[in-house]
Design a protein around this ligand. Structure first.
Ligand SMILES: [Zn+2]
Length: 248
């Protein structure tokens, strides 16, 4: 029963049918990738959780080969790690990796602020201010999930205003990996990124004072880094299928 669709696609002689099947596989690979990346980023899949390939294959109605394609992408992004003869797990970044990620983030965000300063419009800064307001509102009234989703958003939107998609992608990947660091090592869970800090950064940009904005950003990121204690940690584990249900 499960195999019907694949056999059907294979049996069709037309080349465009084969191409359509391939495109469908690409789409589902991307859906699996984003489902897992979101679940990891939002803390629903904790570091060290085993990835159940057959559960994913069943859930999305695809072969394990397709699942492995999606897992391979997440592996090269350092969000998953394959352990010999044991399978694939949500990555557990070590202490050195965590330090390198924080350092890379500080450098990149500082460089991003220079790019932003050179090209941002007052309207864009107003929009960024509204995002900070939204963060504050969700901090006080939102549910857990929306709080976590929003926490890195300000930084990514800011990066986009810098107009360099390579830098934005680099930062997105670092922020995603740091969500694993926070899950493993954060001492006191805090559900916001600090809307107050964000507003101060925006106001320095409005004053065209990039050095001030960079200083505030450094302070803000040091504050986040200060929440973690880089020693062995452990996260609680959620039921795998329930997570797949929630995030796809
Ligand atoms: Zn922040």
């Amino acid at each position: 029963m499960k195999k019907t669709r694949r056999q059907g696609a294979k049996a069709t002689p037309k080349a465009n049918a084969a191409e359509a099947a391939e495109n469908a596989n690409d789409d589902v690979t991307e859906r699996i990738r984003t489902t897992l990346a979101n679940a990891i980023g939002e803390g629903a899949l904790k570091p060290g959780t085993k990835i159940l390939e057959d559960a994913i294959a069943d859930h999305f109605g695809v072969s394990r080969t397709v699942v492995r394609g999606a897992l391979g992408v997440l592996e090269s992004d350092h969000l998953l790690e394959r352990k010999r003869n044991r399978g694939t797990f949500v990555a557990e970044p070590g202490i050195e990796e965590a330090k390198a990620l924080f350092e890379a983030r500080r450098k990149i965000e500082s460089a991003i602020l220079e790019l932003v300063m050179a090209r941002v419009t007052p309207e864009q800064l107003d929009a960024l201010g509204r995002l900070a307001d939204e963060e504050e509102h969700i901090h006080h009234h939102g549910d857990e999930k929306s709080k976590i989703v929003l926490s890195g958003k300000f930084h990514i939107v800011l990066a986009e205003l810098g107009g360099n998609p390579v830098m934005t992608e680099m930062l997105s990947k670092i922020v995603a990996r740091l969500s694993l660091v926070m899950a493993l090592y954060e001492e006191e869970k805090q559900d916001d990124c600090g809307a107050d800090h964000h507003r101060l950064i925006i106001s320095a940009l409005k004053d065209k004072d990039v050095a001030k904005a960079q200083e505030l950003m450094d302070h803000h990121l040091a504050d986040i880094e200060g929440r973690v204690r880089l020693t062995e940690g452990q996260g609680d584990r959620h039921t795998f299928m329930a997570v797949l249900e929630n995030f796809s």
